[in-house]
Design a binder for this molecule. Structure first.
Ligand SMILES: *[C@@H]1O[C@H](CO)[C@@H](O)[C@H](O)[C@H]1NC(C)=O
Ligand SMILES: *[C@@H]1O[C@H](CO)[C@@H](O)[C@H](O)[C@H]1NC(C)=O
Ligand SMILES: *[C@@H]1O[C@H](CO)[C@@H](O)[C@H](O)[C@H]1NC(C)=O
Ligand SMILES: *[C@@H]1O[C@H](CO)[C@@H](O)[C@H](O)[C@H]1NC(C)=O
Ligand SMILES: *[C@@H]1O[C@H](CO)[C@@H](O)[C@H](O)[C@H]1NC(C)=O
Ligand SMILES: *[C@@H]1O[C@H](CO)[C@@H](O)[C@H](O)[C@H]1NC(C)=O
Ligand SMILES: *[C@@H]1O[C@H](CO)[C@@H](O)[C@H](O)[C@H]1NC(C)=O
Ligand SMILES: *[C@@H]1O[C@H](CO)[C@@H](O)[C@H](O)[C@H]1NC(C)=O
Length: 738
């Protein structure tokens, strides 16, 4: 009866298949406990039955019994003190063995028996004493295929074990400690494939006080030589002469090695293939006792001159003579160990001036008018050397110089002209305390310059005087100028007049209060940095200049952060410009702006800020208009009231004036000279009759001599006798009335 559940079978098969697949993946990918020693972790080498075993940091006291299929074994960081003879005898598949950080004190002839295919052996950080007791004769007898051997941090002697069997060795890392002349002796002569020797004192113990032409005599094939931090004090001429294939030479961090040594190194390397020469000079103030330092500086510069005459035959392409190795603690401990040499204590201030009065300079000037440069040299770093000098008139011999850094020295005056560096594209003169550039310093030979780093100087003292823009006038192709931190308060309108190709201009950290230099011709300008200056608002000129670029160049960005921007009615047009201009602003949302209320408002939304200010300024205007109108109204009403109150007087006055001006008689006769019969007419009530006719008449007519007209006396018809009265009566009466 075939009553078998087919779906069930299928599902089971599928589940089995999946778990199987998982198991395989698990075995390839994951570490698991090794079957030969449960504390070790093992994993398979994909595609072979071999194992990678990691037994590091397991407090092992001995090397466990190993299966034959181990390919890589790490026993790093254990407590292993002996290697049992023949323990590796089945391990011909092993290629890598790490025994570093143990307490191995002896290697015997059979210690590595069986490791015929070992490629890399690490024995660093053990107790091997580099003596005959530590290394039995031919301890490396079976390691014929070994390529890499690390014996560092074991001993403090110049003993080198017997290496003659290591005929495949390519890289040897080893300690070497000698107070006198260092010699890598004939034990090395058999190592025909050895190309790299790492003696660096950073990772091991190294002291090579004196190097001579004997030091590397048996190693002419070396290409990589690392002598960093090896406490070298003297390098005699000829030391490196034999190393014709040297490609990389590191003599950095040898603080006792003074600058003059470069002469001996470079003369030797003339005919070699060296491409990278690392020489980190540290004769600077912070590392050496004060008296020694200044002397050392003088001395450095002096000897710089001496060897420099032969510089041009060197085939190097990169030369670093800088003190830019920052971790100070690397030095501090052993700088003090440098023996003080008598002659370095005397300070010769003349030597501190690079080219002035220097005997060498005289010699050079007689010899040739041009400064020698290695023909293939492309990059020169001469940083942080405390070189105090003026840059004088200087011509270079034919060269390929592209990159020159003289930053962080004290090149305080750039006089020049510096000529024949037509290929130079990058020039770094930053951090030099320079306050004086002559107008001919950047002469037409700088035409290829693309990148000019001038930050951290004092050019604010000289640039404002260059009203005609002569300093930079030959730098047509420059694309980037950094003038940050130069104490610049003002930039003349024409300073950058020839920089049509400028893409980035960094003027941050200065004291500029407006952009009043011409920029509209820099059609490629991408970034103008005026961060941390004293700009409160931009002038209409600046806004127009920026807009004229920005309307074609959408990439134009300006950084105005860190300025004391002002957002009040006076800067309304500036704020409006920020809203409307096609110019981009770098991190606009971070800008701060002082408003009239002295509060800080952020430009998170410029349009909103603009509208707020606009409203504020509008209401201010309204207030002014309102108050003025009020005052005017008040004055008007006041005047109206006064006029109303005195309307009759005014009307009277008006008529008086009108009559005065319109009566032709009055006009022509200001002084009335006509004769009148009476001086006054007295109008009185009948009751006062007695007073008028007796008292007044007596007093005025008799005593005062004034003729009065009284109606009772003079208006009688019989009295009409006077010539005037003979005319009709009403005339006289009319006259008196008026
Ligand atoms: C080595 O052994 C000593 C004592 O024998 C112990 O103190 C130390 O921790 C061990 N070191 C390692 C790395 O296992
Ligand atoms: C040798 O061992 C030391 C210490 O464990 C380690 O720093 C170094 O990188 C190793 N060198 C090689 C070549 O494996
Ligand atoms: C070798 O010298 C170094 C530094 O001077 C020191 O740290 C180390 O312990 C010395 N090693 C031996 C084996 O003397
Ligand atoms: C020389 O060795 C030190 C220490 O291992 C290392 O830091 C340095 O980069 C090496 N130099 C070169 C040129 O490889
Ligand atoms: C350079 O070599 C010359 C001649 O071999 C030697 O007298 C001089 O001391 C060397 N200079 C240095 C700094 O080692
Ligand atoms: C700048 O240097 C030139 C040449 O050394 C000198 O003549 C001039 O006086 C200097 N100017 C200032 C302001 O120091
Ligand atoms: C310009 O120099 C300043 C000061 O050293 C520096 O902070 C800045 O990053 C430089 N600018 C650029 C764009 O590299
Ligand atoms: C603007 O920048 C973009 C991308 O960085 C670039 O492709 C484009 O050519 C630039 N435009 C101008 C006008 O420089």
């Amino acid at each position: 009866m075939w009553n078998i559940n087919l779906p069930y079978i299928l599902v089971t098969a599928f589940v089995l298949l999946i778990s199987c697949k998982h198991a395989i993946l698990y075995e390839i990918k994951e570490w698991k406990a090794c079957h030969f020693a449960s504390s070790c972790r093992c994993k398979n080498v994909p595609g072979s039955g071999n194992l990678i075993a990691d037994c590091s940091g397991k407090d092992l006291l001995r090397i466990p019994r190993l299966p034959n299929n181990i390919q890589e074994l790490s026993l790093r960081n254990n407590n292993i003190s002996t290697i049992e003879d023949g323990i590796f005898k089945g391990n011909s598949l092993m290629t890598t063995l790490d025994l570093s950080l143990n307490r191995i004190s002896q290697l015997r002839k059979n210690s590595f028996k069986g490791l015929t295919n070992l490629l890399s052996l690490n024995l660093s950080n053990n107790d091997l004493k580099y003596e005959h007791k530590s290394f039995e004769y031919s301890a490396f007898h079976f390691l014929e295929n070994l390529k890499k051997l690390n014996l560092k941090r074991n001993a403090n002697t110049s003993f080198v074990p017997d290496l003659w069997k290591l005929r495949s060795l390519e890289l040897l890392s080893i300690d070497y400690v000698a107070d006198k002349i260092a010699i890598l002796d004939e034990k090395f002569s058999n190592l025909k494939k050895l190309t790299g020797i790492d003696l660096s004192g950073i990772t091991g113990n190294c002291k090579m006080t004196i190097l001579t032409e004997k030091t590397f005599l048996f190693l002419p094939q070396i290409t990589h030589l690392n002598l960093s931090k090896c406490k070298i004090q003297h390098i005699f001429k000829g030391t490196f002469e034999i190393l014709r294939n040297i490609f990389e030479l590191d003599v950095s961090l040898n603080t006792c090695l003074r600058f003059e040594t470069l002469e001996n190194i470079t003369t030797d390397l003339q005919h070699s293939a060296v491409k990278i020469l690392k020489r980190i000079e540290s004769g600077t103030v912070q590392y050496l006792p004060q008296s020694l330092t200044s002397a050392d500086v003088g001395d450095n510069i002096f000897s710089f001159g001496e060897y420099v005459l032969e510089l041009n035959i060197l085939p190097i392409t990169s030369l670093e003579i800088s003190d830019n190795f920052s971790p100070h603690d690397v030095f501090d401990s052993y700088v003090k160990e440098c023996p003080l040499r008598e002659e370095t204590v005397t300070i010769n201030s003349i030597n501190n001036f690079f080219f002035d009065e220097l005997p060498f300079f005289e010699k050079w000037k007689k010899k040739s008018a041009f400064f020698p440069v290695p023909e293939k040299l492309k990059k020169v770093l001469f940083k942080s050397n405390y070189l105090k000098a003026e840059i004088p008139k200087l011509g270079f011999l034919a060269n390929e110089l592209r990159y020159l850094s003289l930053s962080d020295n004290v090149l305080h005056t750039w006089t020049g002209p510096v000529t024949n560096i037509k290929k130079l594209t990058d020039l770094d003169l930053s951090a030099n305390f320079c306050s004086n550039i002559s107008k001919k310093f950047f002469n037409p030979d700088f035409t290829n310059l693309r990148c000019l780093l001038l930050q951290n100087n004092l050019l604010g003292l000289v640039l404002p005087t260059d009203v005609d823009g002569e300093i930079f006038q030959n730098l047509y192709n420059v694309e980037y100028i950094n003038l940050s931190k130069n104490k610049i308060a003002n930039i003349p309108n024409l300073l950058f007049k020839e920089q049509q190709n400028l893409e980035r201009l960094d003027l941050s950290e200065n004291m500029i209060d407006d952009i009043n230099f011409k920029i509209s011709h820099m059609r490629k300008l991408i970034f103008l940095n005026v961060r941390n200056n004293r700009i409160s608002t931009l002038s209409q000129y600046a806004m127009n200049e920026l807009d004229s670029i920005a309307k074609d160049n959408k990439n134009l960005t300006i950084d105005l952060s860190g300025n004391n921007l002002v957002c009040n009615c006076d800067s309304l047009s500036f704020v409006k410009w920020i809203v409307n201009t096609p110019t981009n602003f770098h991190r606009l949302e971070k800008y701060e702006c002082k408003t009239s209320k002295n509060s800080i408002s952020l430009f998170r939304n410029p349009r909103e800020v603009y509208e707020t200010i606009q409203k504020e300024c509008m209401s201010y205007e309204g207030l002014i208009i309102g108050v003025t109108t009020g005052i005017l109204m008040f004055i008007f009403i006041l005047c109206g009231g006064i006029v109303y109150r005195y309307r009759w007087k005014l009307r009277y006055l008006y008529y008086m004036v009108k009559v005065k001006w319109h009566d032709p008689e009055h006009k022509s006769n200001n002084k009335d000279e006509r004769l009148y019969m009476y001086d006054a007419f007295v109008s009185y009530a009948n009751e006062d009759d007695t007073f008028v006719h007796h008292k007044l008449l007596n007093n005025l007519e008799r005593n005062g001599g004034i003729q009065l007209c009284l109606h009772r006396r003079n208006f009688l018809p019989h009295n009409v006798t006077s010539p005037l009265i003979s005319h009709p009566q009403f005339i006289t009466a009319g006259k008196l009335l008026s």
